[in-house]
Ligand binder design. Structure first.
Ligand code: MIG
Length: 664
């Protein structure tokens, strides 16, 4: 059951799609004090939710702040990542479970047993907000109700479930051709190559650098012939440059965010000086979205939206302040205090709260200071593109994912998990984040495989791929200046080809599970506790996941490990994908066991009584024969599998006509 509460004058975010009558607040399991809601945690109780965040699936024991932030160096102590996902669940997960969604575009703090280890305290910075309280029996029940409330998740075209190669940046058309050729030459499957900012003319959205991508249109065509989709990046800021049509139009029509005095707000981001299109303003949003047509007309059918927290490198005002202060330090004898004061000051240049409080939006006919609606910017940028696609190519699915997000955006596009690091701990974090994101409606998601920042290692990329072949977005991406990590650059290239190949063998299941999760508001990646209710040990497992109902995975996330200890909440049979073949491994009894998982193999644990369909594979998604399946099963009585299959391109999502039963 969902109850809706409204406090003062909430700003409408369009996160929720259902009309629900409001109820008067009365303290229950949550107690209201000012703008805070308190909940007493019982020993061992789990807190789930919060989407994109650091730490465990169980969010207990830290404080998280919903405030979309560009933080490429995030660690355990980070409080905010790129998305703001205000949905949280508490309870026993069996009989009485409670979900809470705080709908407000401003800052929200989830103190999940940080200040007081026995208490969850949720605090809104602003007194205007809506609250949705969802009471159900189990976690999956509450998730389903919540997801019905927020509407159907974005559905990507099926080709976007293939493997993608990215790099900041492929600098020329020939470099792109070379990447494609290296993959093709070695028979490594691939479906997409990403274009980072350098395809643009001096980082100007919707332009092409004709010095380096002279024959862009031909390149797109050529790649299409090789069944490779090019996916360009679009940034949240528009370069301030006279004569640049997007800038000139935006300026003339008044579509940019304004400063206090009503002048276009100018900040420094990637291309230097920039203006932010007011994505929250209906007209500006329509205008910005229509610009994507420029690339669609060139044959592009996928985009990634970046820097839309929005990230601010510097504002002119702030920069001046810092420079002035630096003058003072020049002559000072810097001691421990002043030296750190100075280095801290430099740290205040980017993404400064004062800057976020110094520009304005025109949202639903009213003027709002940016910090009051901060968490909506990435959401509305992505919505702007999605709405334009709906107008321009209504029949066609276009790939679209964003860096920043708010709940509600899950209807318009997916997300990637922002700038991570080539760390084993970030691989583990990728695993843990999948279910939390699913709870909040984000299904089309994945992390930068191999790690974005820092130099990676061959084994990290391979182990990461062994996990990522299960994630809807499967993309190898890395930052400028780091070690190259296209898989053909490593010593054991065949291992990479084999592991990526597994994606194309298991694609029928991955796609079918994704579609069912989207169309039925269910989880694609579940924590073990979602299915093994009441199993206290299952509730503590943080690095194993169920995918759909049928299988469990237990990725190896430690360097130099050739296997790991796995918890089996029931009897399961190991399926080993290695060198293009599938071997049926041994049956593991309920309990703990050490499982050997040498590098270059993908391991799936099949539940007793379930089956798992496997295709022959292919060199790209289009190649995969979704009808020619081998069904692996384990047990005496096998539950038929509800297999979802559609054309993967159009928007006929009628589940009844696309689901059929597979049985052994
Ligand atoms: O901060 O476009 O997260 O994926 O490669 C630099 C360059 C801006 C941040 C994105 C990253 C991308 C990079 N961008």
């Amino acid at each position: 059951m969902v109850k809706k509460y409204s406090f003062s004058n909430p700003i409408e975010t369009d996160a929720v799609v259902k009309d629900i009558a409001e109820t008067e607040w009365k303290d229950g399991v949550f107690r209201k004090e000012g703008n805070s809601f308190h909940y007493t945690l019982r020993p061992g109780e789990i807190i789930y939710g919060l989407g994109e965040n650091v730490r465990g699936m169980n969010k207990r024991g830290w404080r998280y702040v919903s405030e979309c932030a560009d933080n490429p160096n995030h660690c355990e102590h980070t409080s905010s990542l790129y998305g703001a996902h205000n949905f949280i669940m508490v309870g026993d997960g069996v009989q009485k479970t409670c979900g809470l969604f705080v709908d407000t575009p401003g800052r929200v703090t989830f103190d999940a047993g940080y200040t007081d280890i026995d208490e969850l305290c949720i605090t809104m910075e602003d007194g205007n907000y809506k609250l949705y309280l969802i009471e159900g029996a189990s976690y999956p029940d509450v998730v389903k109700e919540f997801r019905e409330l927020i509407g159907r998740s974005y559905i990507a075209p099926r080709w976007a479930f293939g493997y993608g190669q990215s790099r900041w940046s492929y600098n020329t058309a020939d470099e792109v051709r070379e990447v494609a050729a290296e993959y093709k030459k070695r028979n490594i499957p691939i479906d997409s190559i990403y274009l980072d900012i350098d395809y643009m003319e001096r980082y100007k959205d919707f332009t092409i650098n004709r010095d380096t991508f002279a024959d862009f249109e031909d390149l797109v065509k050529e790649m299409k012939e090789q069944k490779i989709h090019l996916v360009p990046i679009i940034d949240g800021g528009v370069k301030k440059e006279d004569g640049y049509d997007v800038y000139e139009e935006g300026k003339e029509k008044g579509y940019f965010c304004k400063d206090e005095d009503g002048e276009d707000f100018v900040i420094g981001v990637w291309p230097g000086k920039c203006c932010f299109p007011d994505m929250l303003n209906d007209e500006a949003r329509e205008w910005f979205g229509d610009k994507y047509r420029i690339l669609i007309d060139k044959g592009i059918d996928g985009f990634w939206n970046d820097m839309n927290e929005p990230a601010i490198f510097y504002s002119e005002k702030r920069l001046k302040k810092v420079f002035d202060k630096m003058e003072e330090y020049k002559t000072a004898n810097l001691d421990v205090n002043t030296f750190f004061e100075m280095t801290d000051l430099i740290g205040t240049i980017s993404n400064n709260p004062e800057d976020y409080a110094s520009f304005y939006h025109n949202y639903k006919g009213k003027r709002y200071r940016h910090d009051k609606v901060h968490n909506l910017f990435g959401y509305y940028m992505t919505r702007s593109a999605a709405e334009a696609f709906e107008r321009y190519v209504p029949e066609k699915r276009i790939l679209l994912f964003s860096r920043a997000s708010y709940i509600g955006m899950h209807r318009s596009g997916g997300i990637w998990q922002g700038d991570n690091m080539a760390w084993w701990s970030h691989l583990k974090m990728n695993v843990k984040m999948m279910p939390s994101l699913n709870m909040c409606g984000f299904l089309y998601t994945g992390a930068d495989v191999g790690g974005f920042g820092a130099d990676t290692t061959e084994d990290l990329v391979l182990r990461w791929l062994e996990f990522a072949v299960f994630t809807p977005l499967l993309r190898n991406h890395s930052a400028r200046g780091t070690r190259r990590q296209e898989v053909y650059r490593f010593s054991h290239v065949q291992d990479f080809a084999d592991v990526i190949g597994v994606r194309y063998q298991i694609l029928p299941y991955i796609y079918s599970e994704y579609m069912k999760a989207a169309l039925r508001n269910t989880m694609m990646f579940s924590p073990l506790s979602f299915i093994y209710e009441g199993d206290a040990l299952a509730g503590q497992v943080e690095d194993q996941l169920l995918i759909g109902e049928n299988v469990m995975i237990a990725p190896v996330c430690e360097q130099n490990a050739s296997g790991r200890v796995v918890y089996f909440p029931e009897r399961m049979k190991q399926l080993i994908f290695r060198k293009g073949t599938v071997a049926e491994g041994i049956v593991y009894e309920k309990g703990f066991a050490y499982v050997d998982m040498p590098m270059g193999s993908v391991n799936i644990f099949l539940r007793e009584g379930y089956l798992f369909p496997v295709a022959k594979g292919g060199k790209c998604v289009e190649d995969v024969d979704f009808e020619d399946l081998t069904l692996y099963s384990f047990g005496e009585e096998i539950k038929p599998y509800e297999y979802y299959l559609d054309d993967g391109e159009t928007k006929d999502f009628n589940i009844e006509s696309h689901v059929r039963m597979l049985s052994c």
